[in-house]
Ligand binder design. Structure first.
Ligand code: UT7
Length: 330
């Protein structure tokens, strides 16, 4: 039994925030942001428009279900990768079950591996499908990064955006070749504090003191994250190719986590991977954390770049510091 991506979907809020708009609030410029990150604009959702994680995921999931030709009640499990969920509990997967009108009481689980969460979820879903536990899994990566973004901190606020990507995964025993070929997941906890949302958890519930000290926002050591991203993504991809007797020539499309164009380009150079076979949309949406790979996948499927039978390579990194890569036949 293999795992096939039956359908893909995505959603980004309509509200566009440009670099120029941000530079009116903090001491930055379009030139600096584009040069250091490749980002030109990002989308920012609002709870009023049902653009909290569950609302964005519902829109992406409906497209993925439709493409897959799968009815919501056929889903056996919802895996929901999210860093800032709707609530601490119940999990966002349960809220999504409700929003999709699923009545079959399917299993619902949130995953938090930050920006790597969707790639982690893909490996978990593949294991559950291959071992026959479930036949159809809805896997979403959805992030409302604007909820932990300090709009007064120029070092981080320019980097993130909101959005969602979703796939429906199904058990497949046909000869079409679709399969998750291999994956690697790691986490380097020695660097766990280099990207952190310090308050809001059990250690430091949000109180007036937290707000006074601005500890309710994300804090990041950008250079540590940058170096680790390039190192782990390139080495994981190289390992996956080597242990499956493949080279970059066997890969049709590389979809790296869309965090920063310089990270994407440097990783590609280390892998000697051609830029024209790398999917990039960070300029439009900025870093949408674990939504970035499934949303970029959907975009490339819809515009005809990615076709059935293509070999794809995904790579991601994020807080933890987590990292992961997956090689698959679409
Ligand atoms: O999904 C994981 C999420 N995190 C990431 O992907 C982040 C990975 N890291 C990065 O992408 C890069 O490290 C950044 C884009 C965050 C920063 O780029 P950098 O080339 O590493 O810049 P830097 O931190 O070394 O800062 C260079 C200068 C500093 O000024 P001084 O000390 O040289 O005077 C910063 O204060 O740029 C300054 N700076 C800015 N200037 C204008 C930092 N942010 C900004 C800004 N606008 N937005």
């Amino acid at each position: 039994m293999n795992t096939r991506i039956l359908g893909t979907g995505k959603y980004h809020p309509d509200n566009i925030v440009t670099n120029e708009e941000i530079s009116k609030r903090v001491d930055t410029s379009d030139e600096w942001i584009v040069q250091r990150t490749g980002i030109k604009e990002r989308r920012v959702g609002s709870v009023k428009n049902d653009e909290m994680p569950s609302g964005m995921a519902a829109r992406a999931a409906k497209i993925a279900l439709e493409q897959a030709g799968v009815k919501p009640d056929e889903i056996d499990m919802i895996l929901f990768s999210v860093t800032l969920p709707d609530y601490m509990f119940p999990n966002s997967a349960s809220v999504l079950q409700h929003k999709l009108g699923i009545k079959n009481k399917c299993a619902c689980l949130d995953i938090n591996a930050a920006c790597t969460g969707w790639v982690y979820g893909l490996t978990l879903a593949n294991s559950l499908i291959k071992t026959g536990v479930y036949k159809k899994i809805l896997l979403c990566g959805t992030e409302m990064a604007s909820g932990f973004n300090n709009w007064d901190d120029r070092a981080t606020c320019v980097l993130f955006g909101d959005g969602s990507g979703a796939v429906v995964l199904g058990a497949d025993d046909s000869e079409n070749g679709s399969q998750i070929i291999d994956s690697i997941l790691t986490s380097d906890s020695s660097k766990r504090e280099s990207l952190i949302l310090p308050a809001g958890g059990a250690i430091e519930p949000v109180r007036q003191k937290t707000l006074d000290e601005n500890r309710q926002w994300m804090s990041m050591d950008g250079q540590v994250v940058f170096k680790n991203a390039v190192k782990t993504m390139s080495s994981h991809c190289a390992t996956l190719l080597k242990r499956n007797n493949m080279t970059v020539d066997d890969v049709d499309w590389f979809i790296p986590h869309q965090a920063n164009l310089r990270i994407i380009e440097t990783t590609g150079q280390l892998l000697k991977f051609p830029a024209e076979k790398t999917i990039v949309n960070v300029e439009k949406y900025a870093n949408t954390s674990s939504a970035s790979i499934p949303a970029a996948l959907h975009e490339a499927v819809m515009d005809g770049r990615i076709k059935r039978g293509d070999t794809l390579l995904f790579a991601a990194f994020g807080a933890g510091l987590t990292s992961g890569a997956t090689l698959l036949k679409f």
